[in-house]
Design a binder for this molecule. Structure first.
Ligand code: PEP
Ligand code: MN
Length: 265
């Protein structure tokens, strides 16, 4: 496989421009709300990122929701608005693409196309992202194996796009005490099998706000190249995933803990 270490021993460095990288030997910190909600919210999260030295912000404008009646995102207008605020502040945008037809419209505004867990094996979407010259982060499927995640990455890489990032975000198991079961085992295994950077999402991984920091730090110590977690000024009022979202004080503390832990690794 092209994404295997056997094919390429040197770790892949994903260059997002302006000196921002996701790569082996660095610790990427990506934070932001589950959903982009309003101009005011965007401004607050951008300011939070800038104040804490974070250069990448996450947020969904196309949301895959279990219920069709739940908030499904601000769409392309929300992304355009977000970009108009984030780009001048030097903040890179990480956001989910749900279908091939959205790729082109999103292109001017996005820095990393996120493939969500539910689309991890949407092979037509992966084929199309293989033709794009911007970074792609693929989340592990809800019941996806490590091998399946690597095969999904193979679609994009084989299509010609080598700016790829893998993300462990928890898998569905028999355990219901947590939203998902964060598979920390996947981190060293993916790092050993592939030259691609690996990041961990403790927010979706455990789904419980109070335990997100510990799982983030466990991810750092497992050898991850970055952490992506949800934050919001008032998590209780978030349009989605508030129960697993940190407030800004918790997020600032976690970011510094991540950096300290990484320095000790
Ligand atoms: C998200 O990042 O908000 C999200 C929907 O993630 P996942 O695809 O991992 O569920
Ligand atoms: Mn979410």
């Amino acid at each position: 496989k092209l994404v295997s270490k056997k094919w390429k021993a040197k770790p892949t460095s994903v260059d997002l421009g302006d000196g921002v990288f996701i790569k082996d030997g660095e610790m990427a910190i990506i934070t932001g709300p589950c959903s982009i909600e309003s101009e005011e919210q965007i401004r607050k999260v951008v300011a939070h990122c800038v104040e804490n030295g974070m250069t990448m912000m996450r947020g969904g404008v196309f949301k895959p929701r279990t219920s069709p009646y739940a908030f499904r995102g601000m769409g392309i207008e929300g992304l355009e608005l977000w970009h108009s605020i984030a780009a001048p502040a030097g903040i890179k945008i990480v956001t989910e693409v749900m279908q091939p037809s959205q790729i082109e419209a999103m292109y001017p505004y996005v820095d990393i196309y996120q493939v969500g867990a539910r689309n991890s094996q949407n092979f037509n979407l992966l084929d199309e992202l293989g033709k794009v010259d911007k970074a792609v982060m693929i989340k592990r499927g809800i019941s996806g194996t490590i091998e399946e995640l690597l095969q999904s990455a193979e679609y994009v890489f084989a299509g010609g796009n080598e700016k790829l990032i893998l993300c462990e975000r928890g898998i569905r198991t028999y355990e219901r005490a947590s939203r998902n079961t964060l598979d920390l085992n996947a981190i060293p295994i993916l790092k050993a099998k592939s030259h691609l950077p690996v990041i961990v999402d403790p927010s979706h991984g455990i789904g419980i706000r109070a335990y997100v920091p510990q799982m983030a730090l466990a991810g750092v110590m497992s050898g991850a190249d970055g952490i992506i977690y949800e934050s919001h000024e008032v998590p209780e009022k978030a349009y989605s995933d508030g129960q697993q979202t940190l407030d800004f004080a918790q997020s600032a503390r976690l970011a510094s803990w991540i950096r300290e832990s990484f320095a000790m690794r």
